[in-house]
Design a protein around this ligand. Structure first.
Ligand code: SF4
Length: 440
């Protein structure tokens, strides 16, 4: 796996070792020579409490979800009175348009495995599980081989790194749905049940897999842990930009697409350039992947960081930045994204199940030049009601495409709604500037 070349000053927390691993990144000898398992050995020397404190001082949070403090979750599991505990690394990569998890697992599998082992050690977990896409049988087999080699070398297993502590890692290939990106859905799938979110609280750190305390992290979060333990919390905080800590793998889509490791907090403008685009020429960027939102060109100084993106009407989501050029129609893109979101909803909550379908239908009809009276208000009301009523974050994220389009591209939306015109000339059968008068 080749990552996009980034500016010289950008830290390589997640991809720094990838280039030194040769043709087979799952080759344990090469990985150990390049520093694999040094973090676990140091964690064992430091002890669980100090290791967790270091992760906390680093401000490590979930990369793609709500960004909760990793250390707080670790402490919640470690302090549980229940002795049977689990740690899960989610490398399923639920968003089909984003390949960052698969890229990381292919480029440096031992970074994820070692991070998972450190988390298991620090939380006192009895079992660690690495979840990947079951469809990719070769990847499952490669990762099982990597875990097996580490066990044989005594780096994992009954006396991991000579710690006297047992760390067992199991690779589980799952086949499922978009909902596997949500932690309670993932847990249900691992239990052999339907992948649907549960009401929280109780959070998985209290009652998770088989009702036992469970720590769930994405593979990117865990892969950063060995680096933090080795290099220190301060170095990790400084790897970010504009006050954000650390780095993240981002799926860039533009003239130059690919996966790049970027400092958290990097202005979107720099990511547009990295993707081969011209900040002055783009119309917008779609941030957050398949359930993301549009950020207009006028707001490209927005840092790639959860709080700033939320304020701008987008989300980090699955970690993707897609350049939207002047020829694209945001209404067309929003309706396609909303249809995907409606198709992906698990159906457990009625407002999400029905509301997203209705929102998708409105998008289809205004793009086809058949708006109805009141569609603008109906879209706004639906988006609001859906976002306020679901069991998981999918419903809020799923409405971002239309709500951000309404906020930032109201003229373009109104051209479709009020005049049956598509200014970009994309929506068929509407021809640019030749639409009939809308029925509103
Ligand atoms: S909000 Fe949507 S995706 Fe989430 S549980 Fe409810 S129906 Fe499923």
């Amino acid at each position: 796996m080749t990552f996009l070349t980034t500016p010289a000053g950008w830290a390589k927390v997640l991809t720094g070792r990838a280039g030194a691993l040769g043709a087979d990144p799952a080759d344990l000898d090469a990985a150990v020579k390049a520093g694999a398992f040094e973090g676990l050995k140091k964690a064992v020397r430091d002890g669980a409490t100090l290791t967790t404190a270091t992760v906390g001082e680093a401000n490590l949070g979930g990369r793609t979800g709500a960004g909760h403090s990793a250390a707080d979750k670790w402490r919640a599991v470690a302090n549980s009175p229940v002795s049977q505990r689990y740690v899960i690394a989610n490398g399923y990569g639920a968003d089909p348009s984003v390949h960052t998890d698969a890229a990381l697992l292919a480029a440096d599998p031992y970074a994820v495995i070692e991070g998972l082992a450190i988390a298991a050690f620090a939380t006192g977990a009895t079992d660690a599980i690495l979840v990947v896409r079951g469809e990719d049988a070769a990847a499952v087999s490669r990762l099982e081989g990597a875990v097996g080699a580490a066990e044989e070398a005594g780096l994992l297993g009954d006396d991991a790194c000579g710690s006297g502590y047992r760390i067992t890692v199991t690779v589980r290939g799952l086949q499922g749905s978009y909902m596997l990106g949500e932690q309670t859905s993932l847990i249900r799938a691992l239990e052999g049940k339907r992948a649907q979110p549960d009401q929280v609280p109780p959070y998985p750190t209290e009652r998770g897999l088989f009702d036992k305390p469970t720590l769930v992290h994405g593979v990117q979060t865990l892969a950063a842990v060995p680096w933090i333990v080795r290099e220190g919390a301060d170095a990790y905080r400084k790897a970010g930009a504009n006050g954000a800590a650390g780095t993240m793998l981002v799926q860039l889509r533009g003239p130059q697409g690919g996966v790049a490791e970027v400092p958290m907090g990097t202005p979107l403008r720099e990511l547009v350039t990295l993707a081969g685009g011209k900040p002055d020429a783009v119309k917008a960027v779609l941030v957050g992947g398949s359930t993301g939102g549009f950020v207009p060109a006028s707001a490209l100084d927005t840092p790639f960081e959860a709080g700033a993106l939320k304020a701008a009407g987008a989300t980090i989501g699955s970690g993707s930045v897609t350049l939207v050029d002047q020829r694209a129609c945001v209404v067309d893109l929003a309706r396609l994204l909303t249809r995907f979101a409606a198709d992906s909803a698990c159906g457990k909550s009625i407002p999400c199940r029905i509301g997203l379908r209705r929102l998708s239908e409105i998008g289809d009809r205004i793009a086809a030049g058949n708006p109805r009276a009141g569609d603008a208000n109906l879209m706004t009301d639906l988006a609001h009601d859906i976002a306020a009523s679901g069991l998981c974050d999918h419903e809020r994220l799923a409405t971002l495409a239309f709500t951000s389009a309404m906020t930032h591209f109201r003229d373009e939306v109104d051209a479709h709604l009020l005049r049956s015109q598509c200014p970009a000339g994309v929506c068929m059968p509407i021809a640019m500037g030749a639409g009939s008068q809308g029925s509103r």
